[in-house]
Design a protein around this ligand. Sequence first.
Ligand code: KG4
Ligand code: ZN
Length: 352
Amino acid sequence: MINSKSPVTGPVLGIESSCDETGVAVYQAGRGLLAHRLYSQIKLHALYGGVVPELASRDHVRKLVPLLRQTLDEGGLKVSDLSAVAYTAGPGLIGALLVGASVARSLAWALEIPAIAIHHMEGHLLAPLLEEPAPGGEPLAPPFVALLVSGGHSLLVGVGKIGSYTILGDTLDDAAGEAFDKTAKLMGLPYPGGPALAKIAETGDPKAFKFSRPMTDRPGLDFSFSGLKTQVLLAWQGSDHAEATRANVARGFEEAIVETLAIKCRRALAQTGYRKLVVSGGVGANKRLRAQLAAAGEREGFQTYFPRLAFCTDNGAMIALAGSIRLAAGQTTGPEIRVQPRWDLQALPAVA
Ligand code: KG4
Ligand code: ZN
């Protein structure tokens, strides 16, 4: 990271390509989100029941530049209006990340503007800043706790300052989204399983199946979801496989995950003494999780912050926003094209 003394706050292009969504957006401090576009590869991977990394990279190659043009057009912008290009540099699939990084870095070179490597999970963590504060609510500012739950991660993060992150809890095995996806698959639901499982759970009876709330009976903030998946497998295999049973099992599983996450969030708030909770990442789009945490916040006096549903899952807007914050702090990235498939969130520099 380079620290420059003359911060610029013009429009920042954000590019997201860490997995199976191509996202492009432009954000400007003081003006907000100027344009955003998303192309999802879900149909491409559905055939295989999961993301095929090489197909993902190739599709990013095909879609990224046209999407970039459409995004700029939508915002009435030219490339020469841009002050910087931010891109997801990790964590994620190496080939997919390289597509976004190469396009972003090349564009920055050509325009002679800075490039900014963004940590994908920092993007998720800051995504609620894309929203107006709730009426009467305080705008989001540190310190806060963030629950980041996606296909690849289940993290509880203590945020003392923007950029200064402490991992309070992590998953010991499957991430929450991965647990949703694998459980959905074993019950014969289509990919991506999370939203499909949540949808059928709506009609299920919450009392029909009671699954355990893993690791809530001992102190600590880590998660483990693979045993829960096995419990569901056994329950489903031993059932009559009727539609109503599938909905009941799905509901029981969703209740177990949501309650487990909620228990750990409350614990993290108690441990840190913080009174604000951010919930983001793909599983943050789960309606029951949002409702349960919002209700707990009202009851127990902490404020909850969620991105809109479209910005819970992967998108370019959160990357453009994170880039704009880093740019204003004078933090840009060197000239190399470098991605980090694994990247510790705690290694990031604080935003002064
Ligand atoms: O953040 P994201 O788009 O990609 C990663 O960075 O992984 O998260 C995708 C994950 C998938 O596992 C998907 O099944 C899950 O988020 N997801 C949901 C819902 N919407 C997406 N899980 C539960 N309920 C939902 N409504
Ligand atoms: Zn993500």
